[in-house]
Ligand binder design. Sequence first.
Ligand code: AOS
Ligand code: ZN
Ligand code: ZN
Ligand code: ZN
Length: 429
Amino acid sequence: MTDHIIDPSVVEAENAKLSTDLRNDYDSLGERLDRRGISIDAIKNKVAAFNIAVPSWGVGTGGTRFARFPGKGEPRDIFDKIEDCAVISQLTQATNTVSLHIPWDRADPNRLKQAASRFGLGFDAINSNTFADEKGKLQSYKYGSLSAADAATRQQAIEHNLECIDIGKTIGSKALTVWIGDGSNFPGQVNFARQFEHYLDSMKTVYSALPDDWRIFTEHKMYEPAFYSTVVQDWGTNYLIAKELGDKAYCLVDLGHHAPNVNIEMIVSRLAQFGKLGGFHFNDSKYGDDDLDAGSIDPFRLFLVFNELVDVESRDADFRPAHMLDQSHNVTDPIESLMLSASDVQRSYAQALLVNRNELSAAQDANDVLTAAQHLRVAYRTDVEPILAMSRFEKGGAIDLLATYRASAYRAQVAQIRPEVAVGSSGIV
Ligand code: AOS
Ligand code: ZN
Ligand code: ZN
Ligand code: ZN
């Protein structure tokens, strides 16, 4: 039996207000899709099977390097975070896994497992952290971690990743995600080749400790916290890493980690074509690594990424990239943001499923440029909300995510038992 945090009667009462309209909207969209030769139920079933992991750090209020404004009822520890993730999962029915970050979420792995399974949750990739120092550790990562010039520092970073694998084994993760902040701030500060060599050597040791059924994901990022050069700064470097390490190594694409205007969907295609696309950190951005809500700034780009993914999926049934949100919520209730983001990721997937791939191919081969472009635009302009809502409704989730969450008064309830975090305190996650 799965425990529900939100009283199911609240969900039912909210859904009851909307279910007749939803049925009508779904049937009417079904008719229109039918004319395009698309079965709405087939799309809905794919959407229903789609899962996206929630990052444990996403349910806390984020911050900037200037300040953090804590919200009410913020999670005190990983067990509170798991409860917040359970709310997101219950209402969206699309996020049944949580991605942990060590050391932030360090706790007895068996207790973690129990806490999650109570709500029907599992664990996605486990994330190591060698971009911040941990109390009690001898070496500092100020000048780098896995790529540091100092051998003892590299060793400590390797051991941290090995510990993450061990924790992950107990809680049922099947992947390790490694993102490092290593780089340099001044020309001449480091020797690029030697630094990358160190990184690769360290990663080879971590890779050799991976269980057979695990994957390792490396995440590239152009800049920040290093501002002159970054060790894993672009998808080409990331591809080299995955190639050097071996078959269990894949590249992770975080949508915010590219130069402005970079064609991310083409990077997705390249990595997939050569079997090295591991998964995503979804978010949105206007300028850099903004970590804004997925689909909130450029939903067309998100759609184009999914257009590539569905293209691969249509040729390779075993294609299973890991989907995760990686966002920072500074001005919203993180639960609300994460629910809407999960739904926006699903929306892009549903829209991409509407593209008639055979006709698109034919138009491409005939150099019929506008017909090809129209195939994408028609799919993107289709309002698939009734498909998403019906999928949630049938699985016991909420037709209207925000209204149901607000009707539950969850935030006010937890605010009574979770003490307010002092203003100005750090704890940026
Ligand atoms: C950092 O910019 C990356 O996006 C990482 O995924 C990082 O581990 C995550 O944002 C948690 O801080
Ligand atoms: Zn300034
Ligand atoms: Zn990320
Ligand atoms: Zn990032």
